[in-house]
Design a protein around this ligand. Structure first.
Ligand code: ZN
Ligand code: ZN
Ligand code: ZN
Length: 255
């Protein structure tokens, strides 16, 4: 399995428009963070987890041209709004793209991309097939990749994380219920969100994310969905325990 980090930034991205902080002005490529998404490549399938507003740029920058399946964590714009740009993949590979999400999330997708789902859709609309999934009910992709949707809370909003083989991806969490802690414990690689150093109502901050990583004890953990308030990549890296590191855009992880 290979995981390509398409984006590791929070909803505004880094640099933030108009911000003069040292992170937003940094020349280090690792301090430039597009909106959070990964492409998981396993068993010949390209699985896109969330379609960020930067999806087009992310595919071009990473020399990737195919998506077989989209898994959605939740309906916030920074996680779904790039789906209109799936069109070149519809055209090139002459296929519809299945989109897996919770019922509430798929309803939002159908509202935001209403033109793709209307009975009189025009020929240039994205071709998406919605597939409803539920936390705790695993499903198979192409008969050989099992995906386990995990219940995660984003403030009070129930959303999904995903376990695929030995890899776990959780973003936008501020609380993990006991059942998810059990399903995740001992994973090989855990990707977990950490927004900033100070407390936030709907995302783990750094201290909370590190506490959760200690509890879940993966072999390796990577942080994502970071804001400019987290500070520069190299400073953060030096502050972290040995098995934890900040992910960065265009990072490729072999598992
Ligand atoms: Zn988000
Ligand atoms: Zn800034
Ligand atoms: Zn969110």
């Amino acid at each position: 399995m290979e995981v390509v980090f398409l984006g590791t930034g929070t909803s505004q991205g880094i640099p933030v428009i108009g911000c003069g902080c040292d992170v937003c002005l940094s020349d280090d490529e690792k301090d430039k963070r597009l909106r959070t998404s990964v492409l998981v490549k396993t068993e010949g399938i390209n699985i896109l987890i969330d379609a960020s507003p930067d999806f087009r740029r992310q595919m071009l920058d990473n020399n990737e041209d195919n998506v077989d399946v989209i898994l959605l964590t939740h309906e916030h714009n920074d996680h779904i709004i790039g789906m209109d740009d799936i069109r070149p993949i519809n055209f090139k590979y002459e296929k519809n793209i299945p989109v897996y999400g919770m019922a509430r999330v798929l309803d939002q997708v159908k509202q935001k991309f209403h033109y793709a789902f209307s009975e009189t859709s025009y020929p240039g609309a994205p071709k998406l097939n919605c597939v409803e999934i539920e936390a705790g009910k695993s499903f198979w992709l192409h008969k050989n990749v099992e995906v386990i949707p995990l219940l995660v809370f984003h403030a009070g909003l129930p959303i999904l994380g995903f376990r695929i083989q030995n890899f776990v991806y959780i973003t936008d969490a501020s609380h993990l219920p006991e059942e998810t802690i059990e399903a995740v414990a001992g994973a090989g690689v855990l990707i977990l969100n950490a927004l900033q150093r100070t407390k936030h109502f709907s995302h783990f901050n750094l201290e909370e994310a590190l506490e959760m990583i200690r509890l879940l004890h993966p072999n390796r953990a990577l942080l994502t969905h970071m804001s400019h308030h987290m500070g520069k990549h190299h400073v953060l890296l030096a502050d972290l325990p040995a098995n934890v590191e900040p992910a960065f855009d265009k990072m490729r992880l072999k598992i």
